[in-house]
Ligand binder design. Sequence first.
Ligand code: AOF
Ligand code: ZN
Length: 346
Amino acid sequence: MTESFTREYDAMRRALALAVTPGVPLHPNPRVGCVLLGPDGSIVGEGYHHGAGTPHAEVEALKVAGELARGATAVVTLEPCNHTGRTGPCSRALIAAGVARVVIAQRDPNPQAAGGMETLLEAGIEVDAGLLADEAAEVNRSWTFAHRNGRPFVTWKFATTLDGRSAAADGTSRWVSSPAARRDTHLLRGLCDTMLVGTNTVEVDDPQLTVRGDDDQPVGEQPLRVVMGERDLPEDRRVFDDAAPTVHLRTQDPAEALRTLYADHDRHHVFLEGGPTLAAAFLQAGLVDEVVAYVAPMLLGSGRSAVGDLGIGTIADALHLRLVDTTVVGEGAEANVRMIMRPTKG
Ligand code: AOF
Ligand code: ZN
């Protein structure tokens, strides 16, 4: 391994660490870091993106470097943008500053911003892409997924008893999961930019669909609340309060709802908390990317299943999931098991 490769590798690690500086919002923009190396390999500037509407990482790093950017190598976790969106194109800013070489981790999957690499090459700048690309994509997992697939990543969350019931025979469902599991759910909600349920859940359960802290008050930036389904809803439902914005999508089609959320609302990560019918519709359409199940050590013996009919009549057709994490959430009487699963492809 050459000395300059080692320096660039270390600089990319540093840029990745900068990208995930605590406090940087997860949505709607990607988290990006940039390190500028002088000809002798020393760091002459660094920066990271602080959130939508603020300067991009490259511009922050160029500001620090000033004249020292001339002849420098820019090491950046995402391909420099090529568009004028909320700010100007970083490809042009790097060219204007006289940067000699650009090392990119992840190519930009956002069609509106991509093309920076070509612009840099045309200007005679040396460009390399792919260094720690998987790590960089993981930093912006749902953002990357959404731009690659033209729809948000979908996490389906549900809570059940040990025998797979999410409501008792009389319809009562509060509370299947323990307070500790519900607090954990709010942490996961806070990682998403969209909460999704069907009209039925709004009518029957009247959830507020906000991210709340220990005092049960909304905390932090709230995800968009989305209700899908053709039915009209009473205006007094809690989902229509002013704690967060709400959209009613008048469709039953999961694929159409997701396309709209991506294209019209710039949404990248849906937290699906609907009832059994909506969950079944998403599962049957192959539109669940991650499953989070809270299982309470409790038995009902009868009652509503967490998921509706999937049209599966025989064991050979079962929908298989791969377990990626199992955690006991809460202690003593509050202990529930949280399982995180991914559908197995193919
Ligand atoms: C960022 N920060 O450091 C870089 C980004 O909304 P805009 O106009 O700021 O543009 C956002 C897009 O720009 C984003 O989706 C990504 O494709 C590209 N690069 N974005 O927010 C950055 N380098
Ligand atoms: Zn940019």
